[in-house]
Design a binder for this molecule. Structure first.
Ligand SMILES: Cc1cc2nc3c(=O)[nH]c(=O)nc-3n(C[C@H](O)[C@H](O)[C@H](O)COP(=O)(O)OP(=O)(O)OC[C@H]3O[C@@H](n4cnc5c(N)ncnc54)[C@H](O)[C@@H]3O)c2cc1C
Length: 481
């Protein structure tokens, strides 16, 4: 049976975009359906990845400048810089990315339909536009890449004016003096450090007693140390009881309790940012006739080929849950296309890195020291403080730590953990060595450009080798491993 398209893609974020691009390279006819009537690119371009990074870059620059040169009048960054200018910077970047996405779509002859898509059956999608005009399309395959949205809090409302979510914070027209952040996931720490860099006083209300539990403990200690230095205050095990406006004091008030005690505490603030998690965009997305399996949180179950429980329907990106990143979504969209059209493909082999764009950045790949020990692996670690690298000195960014985890017997690298400037880029050097089953000798025996932050790998490798030596192994024997 002939269908209108080879594939219909619901959503134009990184998962949908990369599936579309890859499918055109297989000479397939592609339709992208996008619910946002004015913009393509999803959370990636408009609510998350790119805009938050643009704001982060500007804030980091301001912080660096202030740390290095100070302000002749002792002003805080928010007294000197205007949000308007930071947003203009973000707008310019987004315009350029938008143009590029549009250009790629046109160049590759990808059709687009603006409106909300609903899957009627295994091969049919109905698109309803903002004027309620309905059009139906058919395809051999369908990809669900509708992403996720911010969760709403249980006991207060997000009005997008005083109480914001990760979307509306990008529309702030001024730099707040005070910001209470409710939540303690990755996005919370990104925005906490971005606004702290602009001089905002940050309070984090965390409902847990720990943060980012997947991090290596030394990296986490360093993060907590840096947060303390920035005067970012964290209230652990906090539950928000109410959020209200105090008209007399012209501020917002967040009432919360800690550790299940009865004592109510109140924090005054200009704005509240709620970052309590995400939910998949699957509401009324397909007909009840279709048996698409979802997990307990509503995320779509997909196999290694990104196929759902309905064979012609695939799902990729945030809508299938973790790791929920643009980085993973790009790969998944491409893999789904390869699977649909029986093209050879490899799922990413080896470990996958992750990056947290706090200031400074955090990135890691492979096993933490704790995890390796729990698994009974005999490991040694090598550390490099950023302050010991020349690049950190000349860049005036000396906060940070790079830690290598390697097997003691053959020096094989099995984990890299970094907090510090350029961490999210630096991690790929460790990733390349690990995916080639290399050892830390790589960093000792090869010439690395100097000065660079990569020098931290060399310092950490020497530090690691030295530990093995101090444990009683002769140097020659170590280097012969
Ligand atoms: C503040 C923030 C910072 C982030 N930073 C990073 C980062 O630094 N690095 C990183 O890798 N990731 C980052 N992420 C995560 C990243 O943005 C997401 O993981 C990624 O955008 C998910 O891609 P996706 O293709 O699944 O969906 P999305 O990018 O969310 O796109 C989904 C699209 O589907 C459309 N849609 C929804 N329903 C329908 C429907 N029924 N019909 C048609 N279209 C529909 C939506 O309008 C949207 O355009 C960040 C996220 C946030 C919120």
């Amino acid at each position: 049976m002939a269908y209108d398209y080879d594939v219909i893609i619901l959503g134009s974020g990184p998962a949908g975009f990369s599936c579309a691009m890859q499918s055109t390279k297989f000479d397939k006819n592609v339709l992208i359906v996008e619910a946002d009537t004015s913009r393509l690119g999803g959370t990636w371009l408009h609510k998350g990845t790119v805009p938050s990074k643009a704001l982060r870059e500007a804030a980091n620059l301001i912080q660096k400048f202030h740390a290095q040169f100070g302000d002749e009048k002792g002003r805080k960054p928010y007294e000197k810089f205007r949000m308007e200018d930071l947003l203009l910077y973000k707008k310019t970047i987004l315009e350029s990315k938008n143009k590029k996405v549009k250009r790629d779509i046109i160049k590759n002859k990808i059709d687009t339909a603006r409106g909300r898509g609903t899957i009627l059956d295994e091969h049919t999608v109905e698109v309803s536009d903002h004027l309620n005009k309905v059009q139906t399309y058919t395809a051999d395959h369908i990809l669900i890449s509708t992403g996720s949205s911010p969760k709403e809090p249980d006991n207060f409302e997000i009005d997008h004016k005083n109480v914001l979510d990760y979307d509306s914070i990008l529309g702030l027209t001024h730099i707040p003096r005070r910001l209470v952040i409710v939540g303690s996931g990755v996005i919370a720490f990104e925005y906490a450090t971005i606004f702290a860099a602009l001089g905002t006083r940050i309070t984090i209300l965390s409902d847990t007693s720990d943060i980012l539990t997947f991090l290596d403990s030394e990296i986490k200690d360093e993060l907590v140390h840096i947060l303390n230095k920035r005067n970012i205050q964290i209230f652990w095990e906090s539950e928000v009881k109410s959020v209200s406006r105090n008209a007399l004091r012209t501020c917002m008030e967040v009432a919360f309790k800690q550790n299940d005690t009865d004592r109510m505490q109140v924090s005054e603030t200009d704005h509240i940012l709620y970052v309590g998690g995400k939910k998949p965009n699957t509401e009324s997305l397909w007909s009840d006739k279709l048996d698409i399996e979802v997990d307990e949180f509503g995320y779509i179950s997909a196999d290694d080929s990104l196929r759902t429980t309905v064979p012609s329907i695939y799902a990729a990106g945030d809508v299938i849950g973790n790791p929920s990143s643009a980085a993973a979504s790009f790969v998944q969209g491409r893999l789904a296309s390869c699977a649909m059209f029986d093209m050879p493909n490899e799922s990413p082999s080896g470990d996958t890195p992750f990056g947290i764009y706090s200031i400074p950045e955090i990135a890691a790949i492979g096993l933490t020291e704790q995890k390796a020990k729990e698994m009974g692996i005999d490991v040694t670690v090598g550390r490099a403080q950023y302050q010991n690298t020349t690049q950190a000195d000349v860049s005036y960014e000396t906060e940070g730590l790079l830690k290598l985890v390697f097997k003691t017997d053959d020096l094989k690298l099995i984990g890299v953990h970094i907090i510090g400037s350029q961490a999210t880029d630096l991690i790929h050097l460790g990733q390349a060595v690990m995916s080639n089953e290399g050892s830390i000798k790589y960093f000792i025996e090869n010439v690395l450009n100097y000065p660079t932050y990569s020098e931290a790998y060399r310092i950490a490798a020497f530090n690691g080798v030295n530990r093995v030596y101090q444990a009683g192994v002769k140097y020659k024997k170590i280097l012969n491993r």
